[in-house]
Design a protein around this ligand. Structure first.
Ligand SMILES: Nc1nc2c(ncn2[C@@H]2O[C@H](COP(=O)(O)OP(=O)(O)OP(=O)(O)O)[C@@H](O)[C@H]2O)c(=O)[nH]1
Length: 872
């Protein structure tokens, strides 16, 4: 059975005017007030909902622009099943429709979701499909053939109503071409499209708001000729305003407004043809008085004139139809229907601004053909019509008349017939005009008409707004729900990233100092180790050389054999060369040690890298080549072609920038053999008169004579000649002392014999001592040539080499640790960036998730506030 017009048809949940069982006039009055109240409440709720929705839309636009690129979801029917269509045999109550969610910018990625449609107070929601849903799905025993058919239904379902974007997916959504077209659209351009769509929707919603707030409503009164339309309108106005005539010839459309619309002034405005009426524009109408109305209408019988009538209705709003406090109803008294006017009136009635059509029919005549045609068309257009069966007082057999009329109405407008009690009224309009005469039927009609106008208005103006708003809210909910899912996924991703990267970064941060200390220590240890090793090797070597021995024992350097007295010159040169070469070998040895130390240091740095660099960071690809150490110095040496050529041949040649080291054996100045290599007078003198502190020195000091004992020494020296106990050395030393005395007057007299003895001693010395004294002498000289001239033994040679070797070691280690430091710094920077990125993403996604969740909550509140359920 079809639903009644009044009961439960009003969208407001608080509307109680649906009660149809009223008979008493008072009840009817009450009901009209309820309708009025319900209408106002509905209107206010809608306006509130419109404003809140506008607020959300604006916020979405801002959020889209400033904080989160809003994604556009596409829901497709899930290939497996539609949970809402659970078979009746299924005991489980499905929660929603299973859908496959993808996004316009990424149409190939799908997520299973459950879509629940909005119900009263419950928003539309999109949630991730749970495992339970999947289980339900597998329990569902659809045949393989069914599933195959379903899998072909992968078309986008119409999930967006208002905010739908035309992405050219259409029915060809599964075709590759369309998919690739869409996938070319970037997130941001889709977000722009969403923004545009929201903008358009905001414009529309503003218009709707205007429409909801527009209080004007038009009621067209039409009917058969002479049915008493004018009398009826007058009765409604409780005033004889419309000309009532026995002659059915009124051709004008008289539109009655409340005088408040014309600054409270009662007036007639005759509209000029060809212009658009504007109450503020005198040129569009001609003024007249109410009293002139009859004449005006009579004058214009031949033309279908439009007349505006402004009337002051002094009745209380609850009684007045025109000035009822809710909507400004204007009544239009249309010409009686005949072949000529039928078309015009039908057209007029179809106008959107006509909320209600009141059809007046004479109880005496019933419906004419024109009336039937009009009613039939109008009922198709408006569904419900308000029918006034006039002149009912003239009817004797009222029941029969009522039955016959209703029978006809049933044929012409079935919906009206269903609500006949409210929509079809049998009245006597003429008596309604008479003061102090009770006319309950007319009062009932009036009350019903007021309610009908309001309900109709609610239907015609509020309902479309409710529908639009509900659809828009659904779209917002879908958009917010899907974006909340994206935000949640991004939040998870960010957290996973953080879980991975943050500990790595923390470890790097906490290990940074340890690495730094480790590197510094390695550098220091290496450099110090190399220095002390060099120092130790070279000090020993120098000492040995000073004693006439090779600095280091190496198979590459040999002491020459003594060739005999005639070859002493060459011998001294060879000894010098051998000693110098042995010093060079010692330097080389020290360098080799430094290479080992450096290698160990480089390894240590490598290990530090292994323990401090996170996984996935490329390790240093530098290969340490120990043999390349100490080679660069050659480039620093000047003007020695030989060296340069050695260097260019890749030979590893040790030596310092100070001109020391291996270069020694190749330096002509160092190789120069002098007489002093054979006989180091200076050394002898220094030994005996200096304040040396070596053992050897002390040994000699024990025999150092005082100046007073010179002679005796000289004599002693003479006696030593031939003496077995006296060595050649002692002899020659004695002679030396004697030569010192030559200048002495007293000794000159005996100098000649002494000189003879000296010659004999010298000869003995040369023969016996030279093989061992030459190396010592040369060694001493060599040593002296590389030590500091201030007498601090060995220091220059040792220090310079220790410094050089240490510096070179440090250089290599520093390079290795610099490389590691750079890698560490780079890796840390990268991890910091990753952490920062993930943290930002986490923050953004958390905010978006909360924000979209909040939008869903707010739309729910709007729905409850406006009494909106599913917008359908
Ligand atoms: N007895 C009785 N007479 C009525 C009633 N309504 C109207 N009349 C009379 O019917 C005649 C026609 O009334 P109008 O109001 O002019 O009819 P109308 O439909 O406006 O006429 P047109 O616009 O010319 O078609 C007048 O003489 C009215 O007095 C009624 O309810 N009862």
């Amino acid at each position: 059975m079809a639903q009644s017009y009044f009961p439960s048809r009003v969208a407001s949940p608080v509307a109680t005017f649906a009660d149809t069982s009223f008979t008493l006039n008072g009840d009817k009055q009450l009901k009209a007030e309820d309708v009025q109240e319900a209408y106002m409440e509905h209107r206010d709720r809608l306006v509130g909902a419109i404003d809140s929705t506008k607020g959300i839309l604006s916020e979405i636009r801002t959020f889209n622009k400033e904080e989160w690129v809003v994604r556009y979801p596409q829901l497709r029917e899930h290939p497996a099943e539609d949970l809402s269509e659970a078979s009746p045999s299924s005991p489980k109550r499905r929660r929603g429709i299973r859908r496959s969610l993808s996004f316009a910018d990424d149409p190939t990625t799908h997520t299973d979701v459950v879509l629940s449609e909005p119900r009263m107070g419950i928003t539309r929601s999109v949630t991730l499909a749970s495992i339970a849903d999947a289980q339900e799905e597998t329990e569902d025993s659809s045949s393989p053939a069914d599933k195959e058919n379903e899998s072909q239904r992968l078309l986008p379902s119409s999930d967006f109503h208002v905010l739908r974007l035309d992405l050219k997916l259409g029915a060809s959504g599964t075709s590759n071409a369309a998919t690739s077209l869409v996938s070319q659209l970037e997130k941001s351009s889709i977000a722009n499209l969403i923004d545009e769509r929201i903008g358009a929707s905001l414009n529309h919603i503003n218009k709707l708001r205007h429409r909801v707030e527009d209080t004007s409503s038009k009621v067209l009164v039409t009917g058969d000729l002479n049915a008493g339309k004018s009398t009826f309108v007058n009765a409604l106005l409780r005033r004889e305003v419309m000309p009532v005539d026995q002659q059915p010839c009124t051709t004008a459309f008289c539109e009655v407004h409340d005088a408040t619309e014309n600054h409270g002034k009662e007036e007639v405005h005759v509209l000029k043809e060809g212009t658009t009426y504007d109450i503020n524009d005198e040129s569009t109408f001609v003024r007249g008085t109410i009293a002139d109305l009859e004449d005006i209408v009579a004058e214009n019988e031949d033309t279908q004139q439009m007349i505006k009538l402004y009337l002051a209705d002094t009745r209380a709003p609850s009684e007045s139809l025109l000035n009822n406090g809710v909507v400004d109803i204007s009544l239009i008294d249309a010409p009686g229907l005949n072949r000529d006017s039928l078309k015009t009136t039908a057209l007029f009635a179809r106008q959107e601004e006509i909320d209600v059509v009141v059809f007046v029919v004479s109880a005496e005549n019933h419906f004419t053909l024109s009336a039937k045609e009009f009613l039939w068309n109008a009922s198709n257009e408006k569904a419900y019509l308000f029918i006034v069966v006039n002149k009912y007082d003239q009817i004797k057999n009222k029941d029969k008349c009522r039955r016959l009329v209703l029978e006809q109405i049933k044929q012409l407008s079935p919906r009206t017939y269903e609500d006949a009690q409210d929509l079809v009224h049998f009245v006597d309009s003429a008596t309604a005009l008479q003061p102090y005469t009770a006319n309950p039927a007319f009062d009932d009609l009036e009350s019903s008409l007021r309610s009908f106008v309001l309900v109709k208005r609610s239907k015609s103006k509020l309902h479309p707004v409710s529908t639009y708003l509900s659809n828009l809210l659904s779209d917002i909910e879908l958009l917010a729900g899907a974006n909340a899912i994206v935000a949640d996924a991004e939040l998870q991703e960010a957290r996973d990233n953080l879980e991975q990267v943050l500990p790595v970064l923390e470890k790097m941060k906490s290990g940074r100092d340890a690495l730094e200390n480790g590197l510094e220590a390695t550098e220091e240890e290496g450099a110090d180790g190399a220095a002390s090793k060099t120092r130790s090797i070279l000090t020993t070597a120098l000492e040995r050389v000073g004693q006439g021995k090779l600095g280091v024992e190496t198979p590459l350097v040999h002491m020459p054999t003594y060739p005999g007295i005639w070859g002493i010159w060459d011998y001294a040169r060879d000894v010098r060369r051998a000693l110098l070469a042995s010093l060079d070998a010692a330097v080389k040895l020290a360098e080799d040690e430094a290479r080992d130390i450096t290698s160990a240091g480089v390894e240590k740095i490598k290990d530090l890298g292994e323990s401090h660099l996170p996984e996935g960071v490329e390790r240093s690809r530098r290969v340490f080549m120990p043999e390349a150490m100490f080679s660069a110095v050659r480039r620093g040496a000047k003007g020695n072609k030989n060296r340069r050529s050695l260097s260019s041949q890749g030979a590893i040649v040790a030596g310092g920038v100070h001109g020391l080291g291996i270069g020694l054996a190749q330096r002509p100045d160092m190789l120069e053999t002098t007489f002093l290599d054979l006989f180091d007078v200076h050394h002898q003198l220094w030994l005996h008169f200096g304040d040396g502190s070596t053992k050897e020195d002390e040994e000699h000091l024990s025999v150092v004579p005082s100046a007073l004992s010179m002679v005796s020494v000289g004599v002693g020296a003479l006696t030593m000649v031939g003496g077995q106990a006296i060595g050649a050395r002692g002899l020659i030393e004695g002679v030396l002392r004697i030569t010192d005395l030559v200048g002495n007057e007293t000794t000159r007299t005996w100098a000649a014999p002494v000189l003879g003895a000296f010659t004999i001693g010298l000869t003995a010395y040369l023969i016996l001592e030279l093989p061992s004294s030459i190396p010592r002498t040369v060694g001493r000289r060599v040593r002296a040539s590389v030590v500091r001239k201030d007498g601090s033994d060995g220091e220059l040679f040792v220090d310079v080499h220790a410094g050089r070797v240490s510096k070179e070691t440090r250089k290599v280690l520093r390079l290795a640790s610099w490389d590691l430091r750079e890698r560490f710094r780079g890796a840390m920077e990268e991890r910091s960036k990753e952490v920062k990125g993930a943290e930002e993403m986490e923050q953004k996604a958390t905010r978006a998730k909360e924000w979209f969740g909040d939008v869903g909550r707010r739309t729910g509140e709007i729905r409850v506030g406006a009494g909106l359920a599913n917008g359908a």
